[in-house]
Design a protein around this ligand. Structure first.
Ligand code: SAH
Ligand code: SF4
Ligand code: F3S
Length: 465
C-alpha cells in the first residue's frame, strides 16, 4: 500500500473517505458531457460534486479554445483557483487543481510554465486516466501532463454513470473533426474524427434511460457524419443508430448536434419525417451566406447547396425549427459578402441562431491571412445580424402561441406551482402543473410568448405517457 490519503481512498473498500470535487465547464456540450464523465470516474474514489469551490479537494477547470482570449481567460480563472488552493492548504487541506479540455490540449506546456501551482493538465482524449493522474500527484511525483492522442479510446475506460442525470442527457457518439475549416481549432484540440461503436452507444443510452432519462442529445462536431461499427459488422450511419435507439424503453426524444451541411443525407432528412422520436429541430451551421467566404472558410459547400438542403428538410418536416452558427468578419469578408449573409438569414428564417465575431485562432490558416477585418466593422455587422436573428426568434416563438405542443417537463418552474421543460423545438415552456408530471411529456396549449420562455396550460385529457 502507498502511504497517501488519496491512495487510501482508492484502495480501501471499507472506509472510503468523503472528498469533494468542483468542476467548472466552459465550451460546447461535448465539454459538458466530458465533465459529467470525469465526475463518474472520480465517484468510486469517494468524490462528491460540490458547487462551492472553497470546499473542494479537487478543482477541475474544463476549458474551451474556440474563440476570443481563451488562454487569458484560463489564466485569470486559475488565479482565483490558486487563492482557494492556498487558503485551503494553509488550513491543512491538500487541494489539487486540474486543467482539462481544449485549451489544456493546445497550451498544456504553457499552462504548467505560467501556472506551476496547477497539478494536472490533460486534453479531451485522456481524461479516462484522471484517477491515476490524481494518484500520481498525491504520491508527490510532481505535475502531470497528459495531452497526447492515445491509441486507446477513452470511452473503453469510462464507468457507467450511476446517478440520475435528470430527464435529459448528452451522449457523445463521435469525437474530433477532419474538416479543417480555415478558422477553427477543433481538429487540433480534439484530434481526428472517430465514431464510437453502435453497441457502446446503445448500452450507454439504455443505462441512461434506466436512470430515468427521457431525452438524449447525441453529440459530435460533425455528428451527422457518424459512421460507427454496427453489431452486425457493418458500418451504421446516424439514421440507423437513431432507429435503434428509438427502441429503448422510456426514450421519448432524440436530438443530435452539431451537423455539417455536407453530411446532411437524404435518409437523415427523411428520418425527420418518419422517425417520431427525432425532434423537429436542426442545428445546421452555415457560417456565411457568401460563396466566396464559404470557399475561403474551406466549408466545402455553396450557398445554393445549403438552400437545397433546407428546402428538402422543410418539405419532409414542414414544422422543423432551424438553428445555425454565423461568423462575421472572417478574413476577406466585404460588405457585399456580409449582405449576402443577411439575405440568407432573411430567406431561410431561423428559430434561433448563434453568431460570433471572427476570432483568429493560433495554428489555423485564417489567422495568418493578410485580410483581417477591423474590429469596429465586425461589431457593426454583428449587431445588424443579431438584431434580425433576434426578431426571427421572437417571431418563431410567437407563432407557437395557440398551438398544442408536447412538452417534456424536466424541473419545477420559478413560480410556485409551475413546472417547466422544453418543446420539441427546444423552446423553454412553463405551465401550472403538479410536480408529479416532471419527467413526463404532456400536451400543453401555448398561451403567451414571454421574453425568455413560453407560458402554457396543460391540456388535461391528453397527458401522453
Ligand atoms: N462543428 C461545428 C462547429 C463547432 S465550433 C460546425 O462545423 O459547424 C462552434 C461554432 O463556433 C462554429 O460553428 C463557428 O460559428 C464558431 N467558431 C469556430 N471558430 C471560430 C472562430 N475562430 N471565430 C469565431 N467563431 C468561431
Ligand atoms: Fe471546426 Fe469545421 Fe470541424 Fe466544425 S467542421 S469542428 S467548424 S473544423
Ligand atoms: Fe470549445 Fe473544444 Fe468544444 S474548443 S467548442 S470545448 S470542442
Amino acid at each position: 500500500m502507498v502511504d497517501t490519503s488519496f491512495t487510501h481512498i482508492a484502495h480501501s473498500t471499507q472506509t472510503i473517505q468523503q472528498r469533494y470535487l468542483h468542476v467548472i465547464t466552459w465550451g460546447c456540450q461535448m465539454n459538458v458531457y466530458d465533465s459529467n464523465r470525469m465526475v463518474d470516474l472520480l465517484r468510486p474514489l469517494g468524490y462528491k460534486v460540490t458547487d462551492e469551490a472553497e470546499k473542494a479537494d479537487v478543482l477541475i477547470l474544463n476549458t474551451c479554445h474556440i474563440r476570443d482570449k481563451a488562454t487569458e481567460k484560463v489564466f485569470s480563472e486559475l488565479g482565483r483557483l490558486r487563492q482557494i488552493k492556498e487558503y485551503r492548504e494553509d488550513q491543512g487541506n491538500p487541494t489539487l487543481i486540474a486543467v482539462a479540455g481544449c485549451v489544456a490540449q493546445a497550451e498544456g506546456e504553457i499552462i504548467l510554465k505560467r501556472a506551476p501551482y496547477v497539478d494536472i493538465v490533460f486534453g479531451p482524449q485522456t481524461y479516462h486516466r484522471l484517477p491515476k493522474m490524481i494518484l500520481d500527484v498525491a504520491r508527490k511525483s510532481g505535475n502531470v501532463i497528459e495531452t497526447d492522442f492515445p491509441t486507446e479510446s477513452k470511452f473503453d475506460f469510462l464507468p457507467a454513470p450511476d446517478e440520475s442525470q435528470g430527464y435529459t442527457a448528452f451522449l457523445t457518439i463521435q469525437e474530433g473533426c477532419d474538416k479543417f475549416c480555415s478558422f477553427c481549432v477543433v481538429p487540433y484540440t480534439r484530434g481526428a474524427e472517430e465514431s464510437r461503436p453502435v453497441q457502446a452507444i446503445v448500452d450507454e443510452a439504455t443505462h441512461l434511460c434506466s436512470l430515468g432519462v427521457k431525452e438524449i442529445s447525441l453529440l459530435g462536431q460533425n455528428v451527422n457524419a457518424y459512421h460507427g461499427q454496427g453489431p452486425d459488422g457493418n458500418i451504421w450511419d446516424l439514421v440507423k443508430l437513431a432507429e435503434k435507439l428509438s427502441t429503448i424503453p422510456g426514450l421519448l426524444r432524440i436530438r443530435y448536434t452539431t451537423s455539417h451541411p455536407n453530411d446532411m443525407s437524404d435518409s437523415l432528412i427523411a428520418a425527420h419525417r418518419d422517425l417520431p422520436t427525432l425532434m423537429p429541430f436542426l442545428h445546421l451551421p452555415v457560417q456565411s451566406g457568401s460563396d466566396r467566404i464559404l470557399k475561403s472558410m474551406n466549408r466545402g459547400h455553396t450557398v445554393s447547396e445549403y438552400y437545397a438542403i433546407i428546402e428538402k428538410l422543410k418539405k419532409a418536416r414542414p414544422d422543423i425549427a432551424l438553428s445555425s452558427d454565423f461568423i462575421i468578419g472572417h478574413p476577406g469578408e466585404t460588405n457585399e459578402d456580409f449582405k449576402a449573409t443577411m439575405k440568407l438569414v432573411q430567406d431561410i428564417t431561423f428559430a434561433q441562431a448563434f453568431s460570433f465575431k471572427y476570432s483568429p485562432r493560433p495554428g489555423t490558416s485564417a489567422a495568418v491571412s493578410m485580410n483581417q477585418i477591423a474590429e469596429p466593422e465586425k461589431d457593426a455587422r454583428l449587431q445588424e445580424l443579431q438584431a434580425v436573428l433576434k426578431d426571427q426568434q421572437t417571431q418563431f416563438n410567437k407563432d407557437t402561441v395557440g398551438r398544442k405542443i408536447p412538452i417534456l417537463f424536466t424541473h419545477k418552474g420559478r413560480k410556485e406551482g409551475q413546472i417547466a421543460g422544453k418543446s420539441p423545438y427546444l423552446q423553454a415552456v412553463h405551465a401550472q402543473g403538479n410536480d408529479s408530471l416532471i419527467g413526463q411529456e404532456c400536451m400543453v396549449e401555448i398561451d403567451e410568448c414571454l421574453t425568455f420562455s413560453l407560458s402554457g396550460s396543460l391540456v388535461k385529457e391528453s397527458t401522453s405517457h
